[in-house]
Design a protein around this ligand. Structure first.
Ligand SMILES: CC(=O)N[C@H]1[C@@H](OP(=O)(O)OP(=O)(O)OC[C@H]2O[C@@H](n3ccc(=O)[nH]c3=O)[C@H](O)[C@@H]2O)O[C@H](CO)[C@H](O)[C@@H]1O
Ligand SMILES: [Mn+2]
Length: 455
């Protein structure tokens, strides 16, 4: 956090032994005397309640973010603003790449930290907790209370407060939304990719990003601006393979492509129904991944064609499974999300569920992960069709359902999915990709605001 104001709080029973360390500008250190304790577990457990008190008494009014870090540690390289988020966890190095069954979650139902064998996303280390003070307060308060219940029941979770932390993160997912303020690049040709706090490293030179655009009927007219702007802003410096699906191959414009970039046109059957086209994207992407992309590209994106790039969209957007927040619903509450609410549809999401409203215009990730997504959505769409029900926002509704139960490992901020007709929010620094204005009647999109027409 070099370049930021940092306030260290050192809790110790030996204040006189706290070393004097020269602090940079804007950095300060407060020593807080605590009672001694010889029991290691006791000390580790009591951190939760001490952090709770510190946040309530002081941090809540004084800091934008808080971290609690293990003291038997050392920094070896840059740790900056890219680590900030509403609620931040770190993957425990010992369990990185291990499967769920190998995680040392608390397995006894008697403990409040209990996690059933078939649940759990990651194993988080107890050594790093971070986020907005109010979010971290909720975390430490909940863990402290669970610890108290366990104590009253004379049970101690297998990894003490770390077990409770893992339980908390399971049901209160970390949120990390990439935006302009996030520093994503790292030196040494290594890209730091967000993987909920774990760093996935890969060689920048060796990536191909497949990208699909569907341009049927009048939508071919969007291709020129879109492709030209993509050449300027999208994954510049990487190999990019555009796949353009269209029923009008002759009308695909010739756009000069940079080095390492290519475009394949795939002829599709025509269709006049907007919903049908948008729905069929899923199965066409499925086929494309299986037939070709799975062996040829490290990542794939499927993007709406009625769009344009306005600024850099690079490797910071890559992740195992990537979604983007729909600009219309950004900052709105769950009740306002236009999820499918009829239990008869496979896209059904109950009123009290759902994290975000994702736009159908951006799907991305590793080919195998995206394949699983499009296959699942396609099958759900098939079931709905058989049951003669069409989800309120077609495939976008199914996508939202999928992301609810298969969380994206990266959520792109609405910078990556804006709308030209929507005023930029004051705190937004940049729009990277945006939906261009179109005349819906002319384009045959009668259903845009009348999606009740669906049935
Ligand atoms: C910003 C955003 O998240 N947009 C989503 C939204 O409205 P949109 O109004 O953005 O939908 P849209 O008209 O762009 O249709 C989706 C896509 O289908 C293709 N297409 C459609 C009609 C046509 O005649 N020819 C053609 O090629 C084209 O690639 C287009 O981008 O809701 C749709 C619901 O189905 C999709 O989920 C869109 O991704
Ligand atoms: Mn669109």
């Amino acid at each position: 956090m070099v370049g930021y104001r940092v306030h260290y709080y050192v809790f110790t029973d030996l204040p006189d032994e706290v070393p004097t360390v020269a602090l940079g500008e804007g950095r300060q250190l407060t020593v807080i005397k605590t009672a001694s304790s010889n029991r290691w577990q006791e000390i580790s457990l009591r951190r939760m309640e001490m952090i709770e008190k510190l946040i309530e008494d002081e941090v809540i009014n004084k800091a934008e973010y808080i971290f609690s870090l293990d003291v038997d540690s050392k920094f070896y390289a840059h740790w900056g603003a890219e680590s900030l988020g509403d609620l931040v966890g770190a993957l425990h190095s010992w369990f990185f790449g291990k499967s769920r069954e190998q995680f040392t979650y608390e397995r006894r139902p008697e403990s409040q930290a209990f996690i059933p064998l078939d649940e759990g996303d990651y194993y988080y280390g107890g050594a790093v907790i971070g986020g907005r003070p109010d979010k971290v307060l909720k975390l430490v308060k909940t863990c402290r209370m669970q610890l108290d219940v366990d104590r009253a029941n004379k049970i101690k979770a297998v990894w003490q407060e770390e077990s409770h932390l893992n339980k908390y993160f399971l049901y209160n997912k970390h949120t990390k939304v990439f935006s302009q303020s996030t520093r994503c690049f790292h030196d040494d040709q290594v890209v730091r990719s967000d993987c909920v706090g774990g760093y996935v490293q890969f060689d920048c030179d060796n990536i191909t990003v497949a990208t699909t655009f569907f341009a049927l009927g009048k939508y071919v007219r969007f291709l020129k601006d879109l492709l030209e702007s993509a050449e300027q802003h999208f994954m510049v410096g990487y190999r990019v393979h555009y796949y353009v699906f269209t029923d009008l191959p002759d009308e695909v414009p010739t756009v000069a492509l940079g080095e390492g970039r290519q475009l394949t046109v795939i002829k599709t059957a025509s269709s006049n129904r907007w919903q049908e086209i948008s729905l069929r994207r899923m199965e066409m992407i499925e086929k494309l991944i299986e037939d070709e992309v799975i062996n040829k590209a490290e990542y794939i994106f499927s993007l709406d064609v009625d769009s344009k790039f306005y600024a850099h969209w690079g490797a910071e957007s890559l992740g195992d499974l990537v979604g983007a927040l729909h600009s219309w619903f950004f900052g709105k509450s769950r009740e306002q999300f236009t999820y499918e609410r009829r239990p008869e549809s496979q896209a059904f999401i109950p009123l009290d569920e759902g994290d975000y409203y994702y736009g159908g215009a951006v799907i991305g990730g590793r080919p195998d992960k995206v394949l699983k997504l499009v296959k699942t959505c396609r099958m759900q769409l098939d079931v709905d069709r058989a049951n003669k029900i069409k989800a309120v926002w077609q495939e976008e509704s199914h996508l939202n359902k999928y992301f609810l139960y298969n969380k994206p490992t990266k959520v792109l901020s609405p910078e990556y999915l804006w709308d030209d007709q929507q005023a930029k929010l004051s705190f937004m620094k940049v729009v990277r990709f945006s939906r261009v204005a179109k005349n819906n009647t002319e384009m045959g999109v009668s259903a845009l605001f009348t999606h009740t027409e669906n049935q």
